[in-house]
Design a protein around this ligand. Structure first.
Ligand SMILES: NC(=O)C1=CN([C@@H]2O[C@H](COP(=O)(O)OP(=O)(O)OC[C@H]3O[C@@H](n4cnc5c(N)ncnc54)[C@H](OP(=O)(O)O)[C@@H]3O)[C@@H](O)[C@H]2O)C=CC1
Ligand SMILES: Nc1nc(=O)c2c([nH]1)NC[C@@H]1CN(c3ccc(C(=O)N[C@@H](CCC(=O)O)C(=O)O)cc3)C=[N+]21
Length: 308
């Protein structure tokens, strides 16, 4: 047996064609959708992401601006730039690449991004939205994984979903999104005793640990659906995931490759969020604007909305 491939590259291509149409609609109203990316230092996975994002923005008619800083940058300098971008009419989305150097407080930085330009979905307001059942900007990687599952008609309701990795950018938001879809979710992390006890229970296994070869064939049950989020740069320059693909594929019913699985979906969903942000600002999608305004009145955040 060999698993069917969840092909993020092909699905991304289809979605990007429809994103280009939406982007052109916005341009016809006199605005070019714009994304600002802030990159500090030289994390290898971040570099891959930045390169692929710029290319995809070009394909979808989104203007992208990258701001590069050395590791020595101060929190103050970053906040100053974010405030400028919050106020800029040319920018619909602001993304700060993680990880940031230790002396920079991630929460302070994410908290400065206008909730209406938070296309990564990392502002506490948007994180809170996810906890209570929905946000206008779903975090890109979990959003992409969800779309891959839905497109392949893989039902998660009532299934055992096991997530390996509990980061704020992948593991935790992924768990919340699938809980919302009625999955029974377990989250494993570095302190989990006997990881394989959990992975063997999984109907759907999502791995985001950043450890090549972490998941081997003896750790999964037959017919499992495997989603490999890991991006690891190998000494020969190639990219590999966290799953032993060549052996696990013989037990799985579906599996994502690396590259060509989750990665392209993350990039595509980022552009989707950026275009939706532009539509909201241009009042193209009035239904969602009204919904967002109502939510913000409820949470008393109309002041934050004023930052747009
Ligand atoms: N394909 C894509 O679109 C994306 C890929 N990535 C990639 O996914 C991976 C994870 O990224 P990110 O979530 O940011 O990483 P983090 O390093 O922030 O988090 C990794 C998580 O995995 C856990 N972990 C690490 N080793 C083990 C282990 N041996 N057993 C169980 N749990 C373990 C860590 O536990 P603890 O915190 O307790 O140490 C932590 O919860 C990376 O390779 C990254 O490059 C990230 C974002 C998007
Ligand atoms: N604020 C923030 N948000 C993130 O979402 C975020 C981040 N910081 N920091 C870094 C990680 C990593 N990440 C990737 C996304 C796509 C690919 C990607 O395009 N992967 C291709 C690689 C193809 C290739 O170029 O070889 C693939 O898997 O097919 C890689 C890595 C997002 N991250």
């Amino acid at each position: 047996m060999s698993a069917r491939i969840l092909d993020g590259r092909t699905l991304s291509k289809e979605i990007r064609a429809s994103l280009l149409e939406r982007s052109l609609r916005i341009r016809n109203k006199g605005h070019a959708p714009g994304l600002a990316v802030i990159l500090v230092g030289n994390d290898p996975a971040s570099k891959v992401y930045v390169r692929n994002k710029s290319k995809a923005c070009g394909e979808c008619g989104v203007m992208s601006k990258v701001f590069l800083f050395p590791n020595s940058v101060s929190e103050h300098e970053l906040i100053e730039l974010i405030e400028k971008l919050n106020a800029s009419n040319e920018i619909d989305g602001v993304l700060v690449q993680l990880p940031l150097p230790g002396h920079v407080n991630v929460r302070n930085i994410m908290g400065c991004i206008s909730v209406n330009k938070d296309v990564d979905g990392f502002h506490l307001y948007n994180v809170g939205g996810l906890v209570v059942g929905g946000t206008i900007f779903p975090p890109c990687t979990p959003y992409g994984v969800q779309l891959l599952l839905e497109t392949a008609k893989i039902e998660v309701s009532g299934k055992n979903v096991v997530i390996v990795g509990a980061s704020n950018i992948v593991g935790k938001p992924m768990a919340l999104m699938l809980l919302q879809k009625d999955a029974t979710v377990s989250i494993c992390h570095i302190k989990t005793n006997d990881l394989s006890l959990y992975t063997k229970l999984a109907d759907v296994l999502i791995v985001a640990a950043g450890k090549p070869g972490l998941i081997t064939a003896d750790m999964v049950k037959n017919n499992v659906v495997v989603i490999d989020v890991g991006i690891n740069r190998m000494p020969d320059g190639s990219i590999t995931g966290d799953v032993d693909f060549d052996n696990v594929k013989h037990k799985a019913s579906w599996i994502t490759p690396v590259p060509g699985g989750v990665g392209p979906m993350t990039v595509t969903m980022l552009i989707e969020n950026t275009i939706r942000s532009a539509e909201l600002r241009m009042s193209i999608n009035n239904l969602e604007v009204t919904k967002l305004e109502k939510q913000n009145q409820v949470y008393g955040l109309s002041k934050l909305l004023g930052q747009v």
